[in-house]
Design a protein around this ligand. Structure first.
Ligand code: AP5
Length: 250
């Protein structure tokens, strides 16, 4: 299902067995996918393996809501309805984050861009920031509608270390507590059936056109997100490293 890269993939064993990802200049990685496709799960694995920051616009917005900042106040109601926060607010937030020095070797974007306007803004931002810099690797994670519903209703997360579980697919060893730190897991407020349905509608209306946007530019790579987490991860690592090798900056 990884498609059209024209790049020779690494052997699967290299991605999972040899933990040397921190030596590779990665550049920007964009994970595209519906709510529940596994963007957050995979972004955490990419960030850990390659030693680059995981930038989740959903997480940053939720932190702002929890802290009651001006941005959080503006975003709260919109997020609770399952709609998208305005492009201006989100672009500004991402610009602030990308200025941090830890982004210099690369970063993984999870949940951004989410509209064509955001993608156009990001293209302009990256072009201005690093003339001749590495273009983003855009990876679409494909998952069917029914699977998305089960993943979202079954998702639980640890408030301390951010680890993501699923009561159907990746349950914690002990009921409702984090395997790593023993903290009680929580369910996101937007993971109710009513809000999930709105989020999926927003995705179809506003984010699906991005598939076309990146495909037309010949930049979209795709993976089958329905495979087990480790297999999706191996496919993504192959695409990232194939792209790094193709631009000769390993
Ligand atoms: P955000 O936090 O980005 O949510 P989302 O896009 O709806 O994505 P999710 O976090 O729900 O899913 P995911 O793909 O990360 O899946 P996960 O890895 O957790 O955004 C929330 C809100 O913020 C938006 O609705 C919007 O209001 C606002 N917002 C954010 N960004 C914005 C932007 N750019 N512009 C405007 N507004 C914005 O996995 C899901 C479940 O599946 C987990 O339980 C996991 O354990 C399980 N799972 C994962 N992979 C697998 C697998 N391979 N097999 C089986 N189970 C799996």
């Amino acid at each position: 299902m990884e498609g059209g890269s024209g790049v020779k993939p690494m052997p699967a064993s290299t991605a999972t067995d040899v933990m040397t990802g921190k030596n590779i200049a990665i550049g920007p990685v964009i994970l595209l996918g519906a709510p529940g496709a596994g963007k957050g799960t995979q972004a955490k694995l990419i960030a850990k393996y390659y030693g680059i920051p995981h930038i989740s616009t959903g997480d940053i917005l939720r932190e702002n809501v929890a802290q009651g900042t001006e941005l959080g106040k503006k975003a709260k109601r919109v997020m609770e309805r399952g709609d998208l926060v305005s492009d201006d607010l989100v672009n500004g937030m991402v610009a602030e984050r990308l200025k941090q020095p830890d982004c210099s070797r690369g970063f993984v974007l999870d949940g951004f861009p989410r509209t064509v306007a955001q993608a156009e803004w990001l293209d302009r931002y990256l072009a201005a920031r690093a003339a001749g810099g590495r273009p983003p690797v855009v990876i679409g994670v494909d998952v069917s509608y029914n699977q998305l519903l089960q993943r979202l209703t079954g998702r639980r997360a640890c408030p301390v270390d951010g680890k993501i579980y699923n009561i159907y697919f990746q349950p914690p060893k002990e009921n409702s507590v984090c395997d790593a730190c023993g903290t009680q897991l929580f369910q996101r407020v937007d993971d109710t059936e009513e809000v999930i349905s709105e989020r999926l509608k927003s995705y179809e209306r506003q984010t699906l056109p991005l598939v076309d946007y990146y495909q037309r530019a010949g930049r979209l790579r795709r993976v089958n997100g329905e495979l087990p987490v480790e297999q999706v991860m191996a496919a993504i690592f192959r695409l990232i490293e194939g792209s790094a090798a193709a631009t000769g900056t390993e």
